[in-house]
Design a protein around this ligand. Structure first.
Ligand code: PSU
Ligand code: MN
Length: 306
């Protein structure tokens, strides 16, 4: 017998979606592979609390023993944070993990797919994946971009990770037809940095304005693509730009020297930055994610208000 496992949506999330109460999806790769232990579990809890403080229900997403979960309880969150060998799952890995009965944390691409399936329209993360520097050699472009071109979801992020080629990533988002707006800014944020050095064409200033765009996306029709709300980390909490430039160059060199490729690249570079900035990059990363989660809660509230 073939056991086809369904997406398990927690009672709390299911009820909130059914009653049109605000829900915010959260990814789990940042917990399992993006942050050091034991801070990661603490952060997972803090992020869920921040969503609740905005009056929304958090839906952290992961695959456990071959079952995709939307909404995790405390023990499940603990497994994601602490279990050795927990995999990193992009959207292409979901069916493989399900069939194998495997457990894994979901990246932006896998999280967006599962959130949309569960009827959750708003998703908060840190920084999106994108086009890596050296793309002409490695062809490393995160699957996040392609999936967001095909998924109707609103992603609140602090731009794309600054370890990437930001200009190339913005170009790919344009080519793929993904809508991008700065939140309260006409500059594209730089993840650890308030400003990536690149402009954005559109600025939204309130959760209500974001919700209006979401409604217009549905009304206009066309490909079911995402809306990226690029929300900068406050300047007071950003990583010092000079320090950022220096350690990033070192980290990229270490990555090349270590022969790191594929899925391992992003976690490796993030970890290198934490070590080489003595945790300052972690503080900036967390400040960015926290801000995004709070804004996502407010957007989710505006979205259900109609
Ligand atoms: N943002 C963070 N930390 C992370 C990530 C994003 O602050 O760890 C994760 C996200 O899950 C994103 C993934 O989808 O990195 C991209 O990985 P890759 O470049 O291998 O596609
Ligand atoms: Mn990659």
């Amino acid at each position: 017998m073939l056991v086809v496992s369904d997406v398990v949506v927690s009672d709390e999330v299911q009820a909130a979606v059914a009653d049109r109460r605000p829900v915010v999806a959260l990814e789990s790769t940042i917990i399992a592979h993006g942050l050091p232990r034991p801070r990661n579990l603490q952060v997972a809890g803090e992020l869920e609390e921040a969503v609740r403080a905005e009056g929304a229900v958090p839906a952290t997403i992961a695959v456990l023993d071959g079952r995709p979960h939307v909404g995790l309880d405390k023990e499940q969150l603990e497994r994601v944070a602490n279990e050795d060998g927990i995999r990193k799952l992009g959207h292409r890995d979901l069916a493989l993990a399900v069939a194998a009965g495997a457990s894994g944390a979901t990246t932006v691409s896998a999280t967006a797919l599962l959130a949309a399936r569960a009827g959750v329209r708003v998703f908060a993360t840190g920084g999106l994946g994108g086009v890596h520097r050296e793309w002409t050699v490695t062809q490393d472009e995160s699957a996040d971009l392609g999936l967001l071109a095909r998924t109707r979801i609103t992603v609140v992020c602090a731009g794309v990770k600054s370890i990437l080629d930001v200009a190339a990533t913005l170009q790919r988002l344009e080519t793929l037809g993904v809508a991008v707006a700065g939140y309260g800014t006409d500059r594209f944020p730089g993840f650890y940095l308030t400003d990536s050095g690149h402009p954005v064409d559109w600025t939204l200033r309130t959760p209500g304005e974001v919700a209006a765009v979401m409604r217009a996306q549905d009304a206009v029709g066309g490909p079911e693509s995402a809306l990226l709300v690029a929300n900068p980390v406050p300047e007071a909490e950003q990583l010092d730009p000079a320090l950022h430039a220096r350690v990033l160059a070192e980290a990229l060199e270490a990555c090349a020297e270590g022969g790191i490729t594929g899925q391992a690249v992003t976690p490796f570079l993030l970890d290198q930055l934490v070590r080489r900035t003595e945790g300052a990059s972690l503080s900036a990363n967390l400040a960015a994610v926290r801000g995004n989660v709070r804004l996502a809660g407010r957007i989710a509230a505006a979205w259900v208000e109609r």
